[in-house]
Design a protein around this ligand. Sequence first.
Ligand SMILES: CC(C)(COP(=O)(O)OP(=O)(O)OC[C@H]1O[C@@H](n2cnc3c(N)ncnc32)[C@H](O)[C@@H]1OP(=O)(O)O)[C@@H](O)C(=O)NCCC(=O)NCCS
Length: 397
Amino acid sequence: MRHGDIDLVVRPAERQDARFLAELWAYSFPGEASAEARLGTLLEGGGPHGGLDTCWIAEGEGRPVGGFRTLPLRMTLRGRMNPVQGLAAVAVAPDARRRGVGREMCRRALRLGVENQQRMSALFPFRTSFYADLGYALVGELERHQFSPEALPLFPEYRAARSLSMQEAQELLPAFYDGLLPRLHGPVERTRQAWKHLLSAVEGVCGVPDGDGGLRGYATVDVAHASVPERSMLRVRELLAEDAEAYRSLLGWISAQRSQWGRVQYDASRGERFHKLLSHPRLQGQAPARGLWFPSSVLLRGPMLRILDLPGLLSDERIAERGVLAVRDDEIAENAGIWGWGRGGVQRSQEGTPGEGLPIGLVTELFVEGRLPGQAGARTEWDPALGIDDFRLYDVF
Ligand SMILES: CC(C)(COP(=O)(O)OP(=O)(O)OC[C@H]1O[C@@H](n2cnc3c(N)ncnc32)[C@H](O)[C@@H]1OP(=O)(O)O)[C@@H](O)C(=O)NCCC(=O)NCCS
């Protein structure tokens, strides 16, 4: 394994680092915010996930050579809240790349997560292999459907759906979302700032009232305008419902928009089996594929996760209770070894032996899918919304 050739010092960012970070990120993530806009956000207290207090600087050869952010998130994993590190904005100065700085910064970030007692680290990768080498696993899957609104039934429940003003949305959505978290797998808690940011980026919100001043579901939408009206597309950004009736209300509301929009885009969890609801689940604008087969959706892959605190997770879920789990972790020695259940709870009977056991990336993947040995059936009381236990992280950072 290659080691970096720059000795790095990683330290919390200070005010005088803000310009370096703003310029580094504007260069590294082109097409997003400008350096000036980034600088303003950093100095004025930050964006949806925090400000300068979440930023880190890597120095080498007497100068800053990179930066990243660690976001203190709280993520629901099968309904249980966990402190999770969001790793974001990993960037290396253009003249310091391919010398191991990026990898070493990520290793330091993992250590920071362990020190902060975070259970997992989560990120959206520029390339999966880079993070897979550090023990991350790709966990999210969405089916992107594009269809004519007529293909979606006008479910009679659509009459229960109401368009919400942005002010109503700001008041009602957070409480509904928070209440649903114990029945979801993957979403993170949102600050008021995060909600403000999210709602400022959408053009419409539809809610299903619960008759008691709250909601049973909501959908946020925006529109991709095209000069040809029938090519304009209504895009569903988020759709959350607590039961099948509220789900059908929201889909019916989308179907009822058919006189205005020629197309709808919706990213469904695989467990929704959304194609079953469409009268013709064909992806619009695509040529037939493989003889008479037709393309139906595009598979999107999302975040990567990595377990930071394996004993903590095993113990929460009582996973090792019914057997032993041999784990290999080349970065976090505290996770490596043979785990089982003793009198005092989860115990490590043997420390890690190099090269032996299930790699931590695979353990992460199996854990998220609920397929670790002993995991199925360990939590019988969990009642996922709509019966769907797919992992899904709505926020992007
Ligand atoms: C992605 C990014 C952070 C990588 O940073 P970096 O410092 O170049 O990364 P590293 O040097 O640690 O690793 C990159 C590659 O160089 C190799 N490498 C490391 N040290 C090396 C050396 N001394 N000589 C030659 N190659 C080296 C690594 O093995 C790695 O190989 P791989 O392509 O097979 O994975 C950087 O390119 C960047 O800032 N990109 C723009 C922003 C971005 O996309 N960020 C990621 C957000 S998720």
